[in-house]
Ligand binder design. Structure first.
Ligand code: MG
Length: 203
């Protein structure tokens, strides 16, 4: 199983990190060892304390496919949920400055907490999915899928040109503005269309 992640998919988040709005999806990958299962807590890694949350809408792939055309894109999706793209921000900034890959900053152990997944059929309108993310009860991120620069169908078309999609693969669709650092003791909660899907503590 692989985790395909999209960076800078919301203009307001690209702006808050002083990044240009991309003309094509910005893609990176996390390995399966990055998954943190629902109900498990996140332990701050000892290599770095500047870990930022990025709450994102996540899709799960239903079947194998490559070079998928847009009219068929939805048929490759089965689950929808939320995830956090934990990012070691200092490491990422250093990598960006040097023009080096983000791998260490993005793909470390447990850097991808995920929720349980609901069936995509429960969400007929993929253009209107509301995401809300709270830290210690305080609203920090609020986004709507209509503000994605590349919608899920475009992402399936683009990603499947380069990667053979397989059953169970995950697509992290990018984060809206409001990212920030987590600290030990923080309580993180994510809502999709008003339903709480993510609930974890930072230890
Ligand atoms: Mg992200």
């Amino acid at each position: 199983m692989k985790i395909l992640c999209i960076g800078r998919n919301y203009a307001d988040h690209a702006k808050e990190l002083n990044n240009p709005v991309p003309a094509e999806p910005v893609v990176f990958i996390k390995p399966d060892t990055a998954v943190l299962k629902p109900g498990e807590d996140f332990y701050l890694p000892d290599f770095n304390s500047e870990i930022h949350y990025e709450c994102e809408i996540v899709y799960r792939i239903s079947r194998e496919g490559k070079n998928i055309q847009r009219p068929f894109a939805f048929s490759y999706l089965e689950g929808i949920g939320l995830g956090i793209d934990f990012t070691a921000r200092q490491l990422q900034e250093e990598a960006k400055k040097k023009g080096l890959p983000w791998t260490l900053a993005k793909a470390f152990n447990y850097s991808a907490p995920i929720s349980n997944f609901n069936s995509v059929t429960n969400y007929p309108d993929h253009k209107n999915l509301n995401l809300e993310f709270y830290v210690n009860g305080e609203l920090r991120q609020k986004g709507n899928s209509q503000d994605m620069l590349f919608d899920i169908e475009s992402l399936i078309v683009f990603l499947s040109k380069y990667f053979h999609l397989k059953t169970g693969d995950l697509i992290f669709t990018g984060t809206p503005a409001g990212v920030g650092k987590v600290s030990i003791g923080d309580h993180l909660e994510g809502y999709l269309n008003g339903e709480k899907l993510l609930d974890l503590h930072v230890r």
